[in-house]
Design a protein around this ligand. Structure first.
Ligand code: ADP
Ligand code: MG
Length: 251
């Protein structure tokens, strides 16, 4: 589903990603954990072209988004292709990025209508069903400012799903939420995982990573330090750096 090989990303002199590789199969839930600044967000942003890589290869469902020729030059798919490839991925950010001037329902139907040209009558039942699934059918006519953080984030999830992505990318979706609101968002994500959505979730929620992820990837300083089943990573990490990180977050 996703095959990333040896990607590098530099910001001026600073190397945010130093040769990261990751493969994700259909229906897999991969959690990425690691200290702040380790390149987790940058990695997700490279996947959907919010950042342009300096080296490496990114393939999404067999289509090449970016590759590197033998001379080390990065080639991206042309604009049209790249858009189509990236449209297969929905992304949910820490900050919900809802349109404040649109209602909940309008937020959900907006992208399918403007980006894909789907008719309102066609997307309306889909949007209602998605909002029902995330428990917000009674908030459809509300504006985002009237919602709690947890509700906003669930709208953001419904909005991403309205584009019918094959893959969902989550970047610390609960980090901006009060602790009592994280549960409702994690529940929506857990439900998606149970429906076998392919997901990459950058998270500080170790409980969620342990219970829901099929695989856990630990990143530090722009590199994947180790990856394995939740049991392997949480119960017997092989790397000292993983151990120290887990000790630090457990406190
Ligand atoms: P994480 O999500 O793991 O906390 P990030 O991917 O956000 O880490 O950042 C990795 C490193 O790259 C950090 O040191 C960060 O300061 C740097 N970085 C990220 N984005 C930019 C940018 N647009 N310009 C300069 N440095 C950046
Ligand atoms: Mg981040």
């Amino acid at each position: 589903m996703i095959k990333v090989t040896n990607i590098y990303k530099r910001f001026k002199q600073f190397e945010a990603l130093k040769g990261v590789s990751l493969e994700v199969s259909k229906g897999e839930v991969v959690a990425i954990i690691g200290p702040s600044g380790s390149g987790k967000s940058t990695f997700l942003r490279c996947l959907n072209r919010l950042e342009i890589i300096d080296q490496g290869t990114i393939e999404i469902e067999g289509d090449t988004l970016a590759s590197t020729d033998p001379e080390g030059r990065v080639q991206y798919a042309n604009e049209t292709q790249a858009r189509l490839i990236c449209r297969k991925m929905g992304m949910v950010f820490q900050q919900f990025n809802l349109f404040p001037h649109l209602t909940v329902l309008q937020n959900v139907v907006e992208a399918p209508m403007t980006v894909k040209g789907v008719k309102y009558a066609e997307i309306l039942p889909v949007a209602k069903e998605l909002l029902r699934k995330v428990g917000l059918e009674d908030k459809m006519e509300n504006y985002p400012s009237r919602l709690s953080g947890g509700q906003k984030q669930r709208v953001a999830i419904a909005r991403a799903l309205a584009m019918k992505p094959d893959i969902m990318l989550f970047d610390e979706p609960t980090s901006a939420l009060d602790p009592e609101l994280t549960g409702e968002v994690l529940k929506a994500m857990r439900q998606l995982a149970e429906e076998h959505m392919t997901m990459i979730v950058v998270t500080h929620e170790m409980g969620f990573a342990r219970e829901v992820a099929n695989r856990v990837v630990f990143m530090d300083k722009g590199e994947v330090i180790e990856e394995g089943s939740p049991k392997e990573i949480f119960d017997q990490p092989s790397q000292q750096r993983t151990q120290s990180f887990l000790n630090a977050v457990a406190k």
